[in-house]
Write a protein that binds this ligand. Structure first.
Ligand code: KIV
Ligand code: NA
Length: 275
């Protein structure tokens, strides 16, 4: 299993880091079998698995429940768990309690927090407590209400400058990596050059130190539309729906079950049964 120090080395030697989300036992097993370096139990859980409109409805207990299943499916992969909406804002003390629960109760290895500013002291405190922290800058979906939608961030020079400074602050606070979401490729490259910790991009172009995508997006599983930055490797949805339709039709048309799906009793037992 790769560790935080390995991710630093990978950046040094320009070996890209592969991160993929997973939310349950089968997706985690597949991610590990597929050879990803890091599994992210993202709070995208809320949208792609639980059917919420955004990530702000996701609770700490939701994350713990799903991270436990992920851990059971991927015992040999580094697992990062998202701290959900408002679980790292009230105070440093509350933040530590919540980060501690996420790690202790699930067996995951690190937590991820969105934003900089007042979040920086939380990153420092969690790291000092011995829990590795992945930062998350650029488009931070938990703040979608303030950002006014899911938009590309850091497009003007001033915002870009702040983002570079924020990345440096995350590094100083002890973050082992930064997820950088939805920013122009030139800015992402600059951010990656400005810090020694790896930048894991999503919608941030290729000149960063790794990539992260959502499991359901790359597989076309249960999602209707995917953002521009997603590469969809398959669309499993039609196969799954066709399989369910075939099952339904077999039952209706008395084509299932067949003999091979059926158990039988011995003649002599039947005689006893019927007398
Ligand atoms: O919740 C999530 O899946 C994420 C990734 C998209 C980075 O935070
Ligand atoms: Na997230």
């Amino acid at each position: 299993m790769k560790q935080t120090t390995d991710f630093l080395k990978m950046k040094e030697v320009n070996e890209k880091i592969v991160m993929l989300t997973a939310y349950d036992y089968p997706s985690a097993k597949q991610a590990e079998q597929g050879g990803v370096d890091v599994i992210l139990v993202g709070d995208s859980l809320g949208m792609v698995v639980l059917g919420y409109d955004s990530t702000v409805s996701v609770t700490l207990d939701d994350m713990i429940h799903h991270a436990k299943a992920v851990k059971r499916g991927a015992k040999d992969t580094f697992i990062v768990v998202d701290m959900p909406f408002l679980t790292y804002h009230l105070s440093v003390k509350d933040t530590l309690i919540n980060a501690g629960r996420l790690i202790q109760e699930t067996g995951a290895h690190a937590v991820k927090l969105e934003g900089a500013d007042e979040v920086i002291e939380k990153i420092a405190a969690i790291t000092k407590a011995g829990i590795p922290v992945c930062a998350h800058l650029g488009l931070t979906p938990q703040s979608v209400g303030v950002l006014g939608g899911y938009k590309v961030q850091g497009k003007d020079a001033q915002a870009a400058k702040k983002l570079i400074e924020d990345a440096k602050k995350c590094e100083e606070a002890g973050a082992f990596a930064i997820v950088l979401e939805c920013v122009p490729k030139q800015l992402a490259k600059e951010v990656s050059k400005s810090v020694s910790i790896p930048i894991i991009g999503i919608g941030a172009g290729i000149e960063v130190d790794g990539q992260v995508l959502v499991y359901h997006d790359i597989l076309g599983y249960g999602v209707e539309r995917v953002p521009k930055f997603v590469k969809q490797y398959h669309s499993v949805n039609p196969f799954m729906i066709e399989s369910i339709q075939a099952y339904a039709s077999d039952v209706k048309n008395k084509q299932f079950p067949q003999e091979k799906h059926t158990f039988t009793m011995k003649e002599e037992e039947l005689k006893v049964l019927y007398g």
